[in-house]
Design a protein around this ligand. Structure first.
Ligand code: AMP
Length: 609
């Protein structure tokens, strides 16, 4: 059998890997038994690189060196609004790299975003190799439909750095539809409603046998689970302020603990009607007395505080269907994608809007990777061919006289495509033409995104308007753009693959590939070792601080409960070290991490350390 092609959903919050086995797509669990892996990368104080659950588990105590949601930064420039908002909210250091690029500083070393994503892709590669028992070098990787050219190219670069040949980039909603339609020979119109940790997407596809055609796609790249978490955090912070007159926002450590607990409570409320939120020793009062946070959050209160966010997703659905002139009654099925769609109110609202029960049976966090695996197998020739007719999510054009944008490829044009337009010179005796490649829907050039620029020289000197230059935009099936300008008289041409926007030069990529091959990434053996070491280290630290904390926090009910939990965490840690599996080690590590977060907070506040 030829080498398998894996499908990877490189998510903002979690990533997932799947492969086609015995003719069906299956998700490959990681060593800890989890079917998805947090898209987190950290650098521990001993210089060890941690990826996935291990990175997440130490996020509270090593917040500055733990990167999450790097996907929000991929292919972006340092001065963009998204990057600014990440700088304001993320505990890790985002710095400016060469050429206005974005870098993340981990313990004094600047890492590019494709490199951070490569750590996650390499982890998924190892998970697949362990499962399949053979090397894996080829992958289909998914990206959001609204990703622009630079973001797609940067994702491909990330694959190369991780030692993966990304044979195709496909859009997440298309992948979801592929998994949904797999083996069923459908003739249907399907809406894919995707609400993840950071973004919302809605796409409508027409499935006809093995042809998947995207009819419309739209979304909001600033709407996701994190916004829901923020509402819960705001509610907790406001309640605490009312009760104690203290603003927790000023306290970074407290905020990190709030973020953790807010997300957990929110997820729990998808299964139960109410949940207890408990953060003992969160901060101290004016007389240095310990203050705890304890509140009950009900599902209905959560729903009320996030109702407008849910409504926003519905408004976007309405707009997308209206723009594509599709009636709601023309949609046959709704497929839910993204962890957030586990929230019952979202399912209810989507069902009410489409007047359809959303399809059950595929896990919203797994369906995208499964679709990527289906496409991977089709490209490897193992499966019957599927034809994906994806669309470009943005219009593309060039800057013309007066700072205007001349559109060459319209939004929602089916890929691959090639479109040309003939321009003439605008000045007498013009020797060169400059082509500024733009992306966006505005007629004004400066309101669109500049993807790249190049010049075509050696033009025959002639009165303005006489020399004809043909500009051709070609979009590959991956959605990657190349632009060519050709002097129709001389045949002289100049072209640009808009890859420079990935922010990395070919030399840099080659250096990173070499560095990864030398250093290697943590394989499962090493990951297991790292887990044990982390549990050992935390046990030692908790043990060393135990008496000090016990004395510092006094003898209230909260104190006794917190110390009991700490003892329980230590017990679990010791049991897991004596032969527990990766999952037990992981859970013990979670418990110890929370205890340590609380311990450090107490000691810092009581001035003990
Ligand atoms: P994704 O980007 O698809 O991995 O989705 C991640 C988002 O889904 C995060 O914001 C999670 O908090 C959220 N999520 C995961 N599981 C649940 C759940 N059971 N209920 C509500 N939200 C969830």
């Amino acid at each position: 059998m030829s080498q398998p092609v894996i499908g990877i959903d490189l998510g903002t919050t979690n990533s997932c890997v799947a492969v086609l086995e015995d003719g069906a797509p299956v998700v490959i669990p990681n060593r800890g038994g989890y079917r998805t892996t947090p898209s987190m990368v950290a650098l521990a104080d001993n210089g060890r690189r941690l990826v996935g659950h291990i990175a997440k588990r130490q996020a509270i105590t090593n917040a500055e060196n733990t990167v999450y949601a790097a996907k929000r930064l991929i292919g972006r420039k340092f001065d963009s609004p998204v990057v600014r908002s990440v700088i304001e909210t993320a505990p890790y250091r985002v710095v400016e790299g060469p050429g206005g690029d974005v870098r993340i500083d981990l313990r004094g070393t600047a890492h590019s975003i494709p490199e951070i994503s490569a750590f996650i892709l390499a982890e998924m590669k190892v998970v697949a190799e362990e499962h399949l028992g053979c090397p894996v070098t080829k992958a289909v990787v998914t990206v959001p439909a609204y990703f622009n050219d630079g973001q797609r190219q940067a994702t491909k670069d990330a694959g190369r750095i991780a030692g993966l040949d990304v044979i195709r980039i496909i859009n997440e909603p298309t992948a979801a539809a592929l998994a949904y339609g797999f083996g069923r020979d459908l003739e249907r119109r399907v809406a894919v409603f995707d609400l993840g940790g950071g973004t919302f997407d809605i796409s409508v596809l027409a499935i006809g046998g093995s042809v998947y055609e995207v009819i419309a796609t739209s979304g909001d790249s600033y709407l996701g689970g994190e916004d829901f978490d923020r509402r819960v955090i705001d509610w907790l912070v406001a309640g605490f302020q009312e009760e104690h007159g203290i603003d927790l926002r000023a306290d970074k450590m407290a905020l990190q603990r709030l973020k953790d607990v807010a997300e957990r409570a929110r997820c729990e409320l998808s299964g139960v009607k109410e949940t207890e939120i408990n953060l003992p020793f969160l901060t101290s009062g004016p007389d240095r007395e310990a203050l705890h946070l304890q509140r009950t959050l009900t599902r209905s209160v959560l729903e009320a505080m996030t109702a407008d966010l849910i409504e926003r997703t519905i408004t976007i659905c309405e707009r997308t269907l209206a723009e594509a002139e599709i009636g709601r009654e023309e949609i046959h099925d709704v497929v839910l994608v993204g962890g957030m769609t586990r929230m019952p109110k979202i399912q209810e609202r989507v069902a009410a809007y489409f007047e359809l029960e959303p399809c059950k049976g595929v896990h919203p966090e797994e369906v995208v990777a499964m679709g990527a695996a289906v496409q991977g197998a089709a490209l490897a020739g193992e499966e019957r061919h599927v034809l994906l007719l994806d669309v470009t999510p943005h219009s593309l054009g060039v800057m013309i006289m007066g700072g205007l944008c001349h559109r060459i490829v319209d939004q929602n044009t089916t890929l691959p495509t090639s479109r040309s337009h003939v321009f003439t010179t605008i000045k007498d005796n013009q020797k060169t033409v400059k082509v500024l490649v733009l992306q966006g829907e505005s007629d004004r050039g400066d309101e669109n995104e500049l993807l790249g620029e190049f010049s075509l020289g050696g033009i025959r000197q002639a009165p303005k308007g006489e020399v004809e230059i043909e500009v051709t935009f070609s979009l590959s099936a991956d959605g990657i753009l190349s632009v060519t300008a050709r002097d129709l008289e001389t045949g002289r041409e100049q072209s640009l693959t808009v890859s420079a926007t990935s922010g990395l030069s070919e030399d840099e990529i080659l250096r990173m590939i070499a560095a990864h091959q030398d250093g290697g990434l943590a394989g499962q053996e090493e990951a297991d070792y790292a887990r044990r070491q982390a549990v050992r280290r935390m046990l030692t630290e908790v043990g060393a601080l135990f008496t000090k904390v016990d004395e510092a926090i006094g003898d209230s009910n909260h104190a006794r409960e917190a110390m009991d939990r700490a003892r329980d965490g230590c017990e679990r840690g010791r049991t897991a070290l004596e032969g527990g599996d990766a999952k037990a080690l992981g859970e013990a590590s979670d418990a110890l991490e929370r205890t340590l977060g609380m311990f450090r907070g107490v000691l810092a506040r009581t001035g003990t350390v």
